[in-house]
Design a binder for this molecule. Structure first.
Ligand code: SF4
Ligand code: SF4
Length: 455
């Protein structure tokens, strides 16, 4: 037990007292839906957080476990008529839990130190780890390991995680995208954020995003070495590390483009990252050196679908082969950023694609950052539910705009032996542009800087 919940107690009290206990959020909460227990729903969690901030309750291990049972999917925020800012309370609560060491044990401490504090704060090291994993996979060692059933030698928790291992790409984003790429006619200047995990396992989505931006007359600035956006840190109680990641990314974009003011927008294509990246202003509002820059950053930060809708989405001139596609919504794109229509418009703009609505498309798939690692049972139930709905659509393609969701869906589909392709909406758009004009959406020769090799 610990005495003072500092982050919760320091929250603006207006945030803590918004909830009017109406319960309208309950049917949208996956953990409440699974258990029907008040403490596993947003209303119960908010009551606990407010009681802690008021000093009526003390921090306990049970509270810590409850807040890590929450997915952080923010579906409750979409449903709430009172505009409750659950995200802010949730991050503060987890920061208090970590500061008090409520859930400490040697295994958890090591995993948190290695991932949250060590690897995901060092982009060069993360790429080196990605290289090693790429070689392990490309040389067939992973296949051999699985065929010989050597996974049984792993500790149980690692054995359960092994099938989730995504395929690391041969080339990372800095090898695929030049630092500055210029379209034939320039209307806008934009920065492009390539992400940390996305950079290793979906770097082609970053290339596709740059291609689509070029096809919309955007000059694209892509800093060579970018840091994790910091959402992993913020959602896991490490707010100071999240601030460090935010400062690093602001500096990287400033160095690449000259200044933030030189850019019309800063683009992200990952729903989970975007939801956090848009709040750098809030994260750094107490930092005199960064408050103004973070405010400019947040004003310019756009999800790629949102940006295309804003500047006028150009439909590809040629249709693709007729096929069905369905769309899974990333929680932090639809609930965190309220972007639901724009990705569907991207898909509808591609002639030949038939968009079939996915039932419960905005219901969490169980990925939720590292939830599928920390809470595999609940994550598995959510994934099974999502796969059932996907099967009902009979679509051979599911579009997903968040790397965490894509990894989760690909793993589930692979295990179920279902030949469904998981693809980013912008990748489908880039493919359609290339089909129409094989060279028009590729990086033009007029680029001003050369690519540097991956670290
Ligand atoms: S964030 Fe998601 S899991 Fe957590 S309380 Fe809200 S709806 Fe429920
Ligand atoms: S969080 Fe919003 S929807 Fe849920 S009980 Fe409170 S006021 Fe009602």
């Amino acid at each position: 037990m610990s005495a003072t919940p500092g982050h919760l107690a320091r929250l603006d009290y207006a945030v803590l007292q918004q909830c009017m206990h109406c319960g309208m959020c309950l049917p949208t909460c996956p953990t409440y839906d699974a258990t029907k227990l008040e403490r596993h729903g947003p209303r119960g969690r908010i009551s606990l957080m407010r009681a802690l901030a008021d000093g009526e309750l003390q921090l306990t291990k049970a509270f810590g476990e409850e807040m890590y049972y929450c997915l952080g999917c923010l579906a409750c925020m979409s449903a709430c008529p009172a505009g409750v800012n659950y995200a802010e309370m949730f991050e503060a609560a987890r920061a208090d839990i970590e500061a008090a060491g409520l859930l400490d044990n040697p295994k958890r401490n090591f995993v948190r130190w290695f991932t949250v504090k060590f690897i995901f704060t060092r982009p060069r090291l993360l790429r080196l780890l990605g290289r090693c994993l790429y070689l392990y996979q490309a040389l067939g060692l992973q296949t051999l390991f699985r065929k010989l059933r050597l996974t049984v030698l792993l500790p149980q928790s690692l054995r359960e995680l092994e099938p989730l291992t995504p395929t690391v790409r041969r080339h990372f984003s800095d090898a695929l995208i030049r630092e500055v790429e210029t379209p034939a006619q320039r209307r806008y200047r934009v920065g492009l954020l390539t992400g940390c995990v996305q950079d290793l396992i979906y770097s082609e989505i970053n290339r596709d995003t740059a291609d689509v931006l070029l096809a919309h007359d955007c000059e694209v600035y892509t800093p060579r070495l970018q840091h994790c956006c910091g959402s992993l840190h913020a959602h896991n109680g490490e707010l100071e590390l999240a601030r460090r990641m935010a400062r690093e990314n602001i500096i990287a974009i400033e160095k690449s483009a000259g200044s933030l003011e030189a850019l019309d927008a800063i683009i992200t294509n990952a729903g989970g990252c975007g939801s956090h990246l848009k709040h750098y202003d809030h994260l750094l509002h107490d930092d005199p050196a960064f408050a103004g820059r973070a405010a400019a950053w947040s004003r310019k930060l756009k999800d790629v679908h949102e940006w295309l809708a804003e500047i006028g989405l150009r439909p590809p001139p040629m249709a693709v082969a007729p096929q069905r596609v369905t769309y899974h919504e990333s929680c932090h794109l639809c609930h965190g950023q309220k972007i639901s229509h724009a990705p569907r418009e991207v898909l509808r703009a591609i002639g030949g694609l038939e968009l079939v609505e996915l039932p419960e498309s905005n219901w969490c798939c169980g990925s939720a950052g590292i939830y599928n690692i920390t809470q595999p049972e609940m994550a598995g139930k959510l994934l099974a539910r999502k796969l059932r709905h996907l099967e009902g659509t009979q679509a051979p393609i599911v579009a997903s705009a968040n790397p965490g969701c894509s990894v989760q869906l690909e793993a589930g589909l692979r295990q179920a032996r279902r030949p469904v392709r998981v693809v980013h909406p912008v990748s489908l758009l880039a493919e359609a542009f290339r089909r129409a004009h094989p060279k028009s959406a590729r990086p033009p020769a007029a680029s001003t800087r050369q690519p540097s090799p991956s670290a």
